[in-house]
Design a protein around this ligand. Structure first.
Ligand code: ARG
Length: 568
């Protein structure tokens, strides 16, 4: 059974190419109708503590509220959390170690029971139960744990987590073991959404979660569909973020990517929630049709595509060997391998995504006016490394787009005698056990690794610290500091930034981190990823959320309720 297609007649040109990047398309406060979403992948989890997919975090914005939340705002303000369940931002004390929030009055779950500060404390305790609830982000653990007596989570201990206090049912106080200036961002992650202890069924909670947001689960068939209906106890007067326009949201799950694009453009679905972007066939269809093109956005995803270079794998212990690779890279060839300027991304010689305040123009290893590589400079570095004839090394990658990038780098550096062999690792476990496991890097001697990375929260710390902080090397897998950089200068600058609340001063510190990391030449930046999204013209309030890099579906509404204009 398929839903009838929705059409606007006549087929008018839409708001324009890229119109929903940095601005709202079809602003409206009209309520009603059913928003029909579609994905190819399944939801990772409806338990707010266990999800990590960006698009599920956007879905969570409909179901769950958090102390802080990213506002409905297409501009730079969208990057700064605003009070959601809380009355105001965290009140900071004790030199950045104490964060206090007060809940707004009158907040309720969808079963009508009140939301209390104890429920937020319980949610935070659940994050510690990684044995029962794996999958979500874990930034809270090192900040709130006592290393002398690690807290095992609420299922294995009746004792409270001593660093989180609730003096009354509206107040919650976090006592961090060190300053952390981005704490409001952690309070905007789904894992900080309240879960009352009485409703907590542990690993099964995602099957029947309570809602604090404007919608609740009406019916969920994993792998097939998820239907949302209004939460009758959500009070718009308490919610500064969510317009909650549609009466219903119906997500169809598991549609094959090309089929999905065709049915989206034909109007059977309103929006692709997953935001992987249009595939090849649809890209051609859109490019050839001015009207379809005017319904298309081409935002940056805020993912950086890069090659990691490992100093612990010979001959890359010598910085000159690493720099030789930087100079020999043919950036145009690499960008083409990634998919070109529209669906690959914008070439970059620095690390920070342009949306972040610390973004700077940095090009320490210029590859010539045509960006095809500076082969003389590369040969000079090889000579300085005592390897004038080049060397042999292995580049790790995975099937698909990553493989094409590896091949382009092989071709690039062969021009100066660097002979690379490609090693393909398993796609499904690439970031956990492949590129992300220090052991795998050593076993296969992977001097080079093709990878990408997007921040879990939109700050300089959120973006760069997991990649370059020596204390964040994860020896047992899921490691993002692949080069295992552990430079005291970098580590100290990171710590300073966590004490610093002044944004200008912080940006200054992070620019110094970035310059220092680039001096080490352990990351070869390639592109800031971009993607191509299709928005149907009858959807209102469409914009790419700057904090997530995808459409903010909770903001959307519909120009009219019924398909085919029957009620227009
Ligand atoms: N940091 C992870 C990565 O780069 C996930 C990023 C996106 N997910 C998110 N919820 N922010 O693969």
């Amino acid at each position: 059974m398929t839903a009838p297609a929705r059409r606007l007649t006549p087929a008018a040109a839409g708001a324009g190419w890229d119109a929903a990047v940095g601005a709202l398309v079809n602003p409206s406060d009209r309520r009603g109708g059913t928003l029909r979403l579609v994905t190819s992948a399944d939801v990772d989890s409806l338990d707010p503590a266990r999800t990590y997919y960006v698009w599920v975090w956007l879905l969570q914005r409909m179901l769950n509220r958090t102390l802080m939340a990213y506002p409905t705002d297409p501009g730079p303000a969208g990057l700064v959390p605003v009070p959601d369940l809380a009355e105001g931002p965290g009140q900071v004390g004790d030199g950045g170690r104490t964060w206090t929030y007060r809940l707004r009055p009158g907040l309720r779950y969808d079963d009508g029971t009140p939301i209390t500060s104890a429920d937020v404390a319980h949610a935070v305790r659940r994050v510690f139960a990684q044995d029962v609830l794996p999958g979500g982000p874990t930034y809270l653990i090192p900040l709130l744990d006592d290393p002398a007596r690690p807290y095992p989570g609420p299922y294995r201990s009746a004792e409270p987590l001593r660093s989180v206090r609730t003096p009354d049912e509206h107040t919650i106080v976090f006592h961090l073991n060190r300053p952390f200036s981005d704490f409001d961002h952690l309070m905007a992650q789904p894992c900080a959404a309240p879960v009352p202890r009485r409703a907590d069924t542990g690993a099964d909670y995602g099957n029947a979660p309570l809602s604090s947001g404007p919608y609740r689960v009406a019916e969920h068939r994993p792998g097939s569909f998820l239907h949302l209906e209004r939460n009758p106890h959500w009070d718009p007067a308490t919610d500064p973020v969510r317009p909650a326009l549609p009466d219903r949201v119906e997500l169809t799950i598991g549609v094959d990517v090309d089929d999905l694009d065709a049915r989206l453009i034909d109007g059977e679905f309103d929006i692709n929630l997953e935001g992987r972007g249009l595939q090849h066939a649809a890209q051609h269809r859109v490019a050839a049709d001015g009207v379809l093109r005017s319904h298309t956005d081409n935002p940056r995803t805020s993912f950086l595509h890069f090659v990691s270079i490992q100093p612990h794998i010979p001959p890359f212990g010598d910085v000159h060997a690493r720099r030789a690779v930087h100079y020999a890279a043919d950036k145009i060839l690499l960008q083409q391998a990634r998919g070109g300027p529209v669906t690959g991304g914008d070439l970059t010689t620095a690390l920070f995504p342009p949306r972040l305040p610390a973004h700077q123009d940095l090009d320490p290893y210029p590859t010539g006016p045509d960006l095809r590589g500076d082969l003389d400079a590369a040969r000079a570095e090889l000579a300085a490394a005592g390897l004038p004839d080049g060397f042999e090394a292995v580049i790790g990658t995975q099937r698909g787009k990553f493989r094409l990038v590896a091949d382009a780098l092989v071709e690039s550096v062969a021009r100066v005698g660097i002979r690379l062999t490609v090693k393909e690792l398993d796609v499904a476990t690439y970031f956990s056990l492949g590129a992300g496991h220090p052991e795998t890097i050593r076993r296969h001697g992977l001097g080079l690794i093709v990878t990408d990375w997007g921040a879990d929260f939109p700050t300089e710390y959120g973006f760069l610290a997991p990649l370059v902080d020596g204390r964040q090397i994860k020896r047992n897998g899921g490691n993002w500091n692949i080069s295992e950089l552990d430079d005291p200068v970098v580590n100290d600058l990171i710590d300073q930034s966590l004490h610093t609340t002044d944004p200008g001063e912080r940006a200054h510190q992070w620019r110094a981190v970035e310059r220092r990391v680039m001096e080490h030449a352990v990351m070869l930046p390639l592109v800031h990823d971009k993607t191509l999204h299709y928005r149907n013209p009858w959807v209102t309030n469409v914009y790419v959320h700057p904090a997530f890099g995808l459409y903010d579906v909770q903001a959307m509404g519909l120009v009219r309720d019924a398909p085919d204009g029957t009620d227009s």
